[in-house]
Design a protein around this ligand. Structure first.
Ligand code: SAM
Ligand code: SF4
Length: 356
């Protein structure tokens, strides 16, 4: 089995868990990891490339792109989903890099939507290309969209994304998403001191007017962003403290597929405020997901260097289920991120390489 060891488990031996033995491709029972967590969600990265260079995510230059033949084809991605659906996979998110830079993404959405058992399809995007594709994505069966938007000010969006002119296109993308009927719209805001933390209140106020779900995310350290994640880190507790100064917050249900976020709302507000706290509060006990990289590596955890090659067995015509079960078996209990250090990121340079 091609699973590389996790630094916390050099022998690859984790606690025994409730994994059901394989009886046939995709038929060996639900995906449950060694800590009893049921896995029903797969984040599929369709490309490592991006049309932006967000300061917290990618280096401005120097990342080596995957070669074209290393990328899984849409047919190969669907074959993996077909194996995992009988194992309990229910929800798929397309991510990247920027998923909309890969040609004909709506074709992939349609192909995955046709897999029996898949109930919910979503997309994480920077929205730069969303206006062009929103209708086609909707028609193909996409249910939901998450948009990264780190500031409400044009000059700041352009500066954070290091691509002048992106703000106007993102706004057009957001409008198109609403017009195409993508609800709830989730907006992801990575918190950065001195870059957008003075807009926390403005973002929160939007939820009184619009049914948007604004999610504040603590910046996670990678090799490419160490200075930023050390010097500009702002916790979600601090964001909530500032929002509470605006009015009472009550706990809220949150939109479908709320994953690691904890939600609040102003009483009577149509939108919610979510916090995602990978650094200040570990949320790994709720983890329900695995990740598939654009070159076919199945990752049991966002961070760490543990991953299983599915592309090789897939192209060799071998069964995939044993490789998937092995990945489940070694899924770590929690990530080992350390504030201000890349010691727990498993050598990951940028989140664009794994899909975030
Ligand atoms: N390009 C798409 C986008 O920006 O939404 C999808 C890929 S992006 C890697 C997925 C998510 O990861 C985005 O919400 C982004 O803000 C978040 N992200 C990237 N790097 C991060 C970091 N170092 N810490 C916290 N969140 C990060
Ligand atoms: Fe690209 Fe998304 Fe990373 Fe920004 S966060 S650089 S849009 S992959």
């Amino acid at each position: 089995m091609g699973t590389r060891a996790h630094p916390a488990d050099p022998g690859g031996v984790m606690k025994p868990g409730g994994v059901v033995g394989a009886t046939g491709e995709g038929k060996g029972g639900p995906m449950v990891d060694g800590f009893g967590r049921r896995i029903e969600y797969l984040r599929i990265s369709v490309t490592d490339k991006c049309n932006l260079r967000c300061v917290y995510c990618m280096p401005l230059e120097g990342l080596e792109w995957l070669k074209r033949d290393a990328l899984l084809s849409y047919e190969e991605i669907v074959r993996i989903v077909r194996v995992m659906a009988p194992m309990g996979l229910r929800r798929v998110r397309f991510t990247g890099g920027e998923p909309l830079v890969r040609r004909d993404l709506p074709d992939l959405v349609r192909m995955v939507a046709d897999v029996p058992g898949i109930e919910d399809l979503s997309l994480s995007t920077n929205a730069v290309l969303l206006a062009e594709h929103a209708d086609a994505l909707r028609e193909a069966g996409l249910n939901r969209v998450n948009v990264s938007l780190d500031s409400l000010r044009a000059d700041r969006v352009d500066a954070i994304s290091r691509r002048p002119g992106s703000h106007g296109r993102i706004m057009a993308g957001l409008r198109a998403a609403e017009e195409s009927g993508f609800t709830p719209l989730k907006i992801n805001v990575v918190l950065m001191g001195g870059r957008n933390d003075d807009e926390i209140a403005d973002f929160a106020e939007i939820t009184r007017e619009r049914p948007w779900h604004i999610r504040f995310i603590e910046v996670m350290p990678t090799t490419a962003n160490l200075d930023l994640s050390r010097e500009n880190y702002v916790s979600c507790a601090e964001a909530l403290r500032r929002i509470r100064a605006l009015g009472t917050l009550e706990p809220a249900e949150g939109p479908t597929g709320n994953g690691p976020a904890t939600y609040y709302r102003f009483p009577g507000a149509p939108g919610t405020i979510g916090v995602i706290t990978p650094m200040s509060h570990n949320f790994c006990d709720r983890c329900n997901r695995m990740r598939l990289t654009a070159d076919g590596q199945l990752r049991p955890c966002l961070f760490g260097d543990l991953q299983t090659d599915l592309r090789g067995p897939l192209r060799a015509g071998e069964p995939l289920e044993p490789h998937i079960r092995e990945t489940l078996r070694v899924k770590p209990e929690r990530h080992l991120l350390v504030q201000g250090s890349d010691s727990g990121s498993g050598g990951l340079v940028a989140l664009s390489q794994t899909g975030g």
